[in-house]
Design a protein around this ligand. Sequence first.
Ligand SMILES: *Cc1c(COP(=O)(O)O)cnc(C)c1O
Length: 381
Amino acid sequence: MKFGSKLIHNGNEIDEHTGALSIPIYQASTYHQKNMDIQQEFDYSRSGNPTRKALEDTITKLENGDKGFAFSSGMAATSSVFSIFSAGDHLIVCEDVYGGTYRIGTDFFSRFNVEVTFLDATNLRKIEESIRYNTKAIFLETPSNPLLRITNLKEGIKIAKAHDLLVIIDNTFMSPYLQRPMELGADIIIHSATKFIGGHSDVVGGLAVVKGELLAKKIYQVQNSFGAILGPQDCWLLMRGLKTLKVRMDYQQQNAQKLAEWLNEHERVEKVYYPGLKDHVGREIHFSQATGAGAVLSFKTVDEKIARNFMSNVHLSAVAVSLGGVETIVSYPVRMSHAAMPKDDRERLGITDNLIRISAGLEDVDDLIEDFNRALFLDDE
Ligand SMILES: *Cc1c(COP(=O)(O)O)cnc(C)c1O
């Protein structure tokens, strides 16, 4: 079955008890046990809940994994995955990873003696050189945020496997529709379901999918012990969001492509970052591992003042930190998503004060272009 059909028909679309074309929200903390001596599938909702199970099974099928887990946020998913490692373990993480992932690596897991090396993963030689006797995993995110830098997943996974390392991928920007790293050999996939999977800017959630029984056991142990689970209402919202993932992505991606091409010609724009543009660095690698360029792009205006004016004068799009919703969202990384990063690190990564990130939504693109054009030319003193 192809992906679009799988979104609608994955075995979790009909309630087996009533035939309802929507899995009920099982708003229950505990379950009646008819016979104490017989183990039931559900006894307590931290350990398992039918609505959550339906979502977990769905994402497992969509990513082609073996077992899925729903968490209370993308960061809950990421920190739960980090929690399978032990003191003395070493992890390699790409340097332009999501800010929250950078923070748990530097501020939290370091306290438990899990060492993390952050490096430029677009340079495969650097990955190879950083592997030590105690390295246990490589964590990659591609395309990266906010400059859409591309990491070669096939080659990265090849290096990892040669050294017996686990490969963890944050697949938030692409979603399982456009990129399925498990099919390339990745072991764990993480999503901030807050973004494209939910898709409507109305729920915070995280998902993890793993390959193999051993990893499934380890992650389940963390989920059940730490208890950073997603509630049944939010699980239901994510399943509802998933049904339209393909049509949303197709349309948003088309809008992103048009915006990227239009911005690329704009006299007040210095550079556009989008894998759908012919000259985007790593474009060929990207399209060898993903089927689309996605709906996130960023651009640099010719100077900081234009960027700041743009941000205060766009009307149609929301100015917000998140992405992946039905509405176009613009953000200013230096003051928003990357404000906590030291200026030197920011500049080294190319996150400058003329940079703007766009998450393309479902509006008519002509309206977006009109609004953006006005905001780019507006010079308020
Ligand atoms: C938003 C985001 C996260 C964190 O997810 P939350 O749901 O906000 O906790 C992780 N990775 C990426 C790439 C993200 O965009």
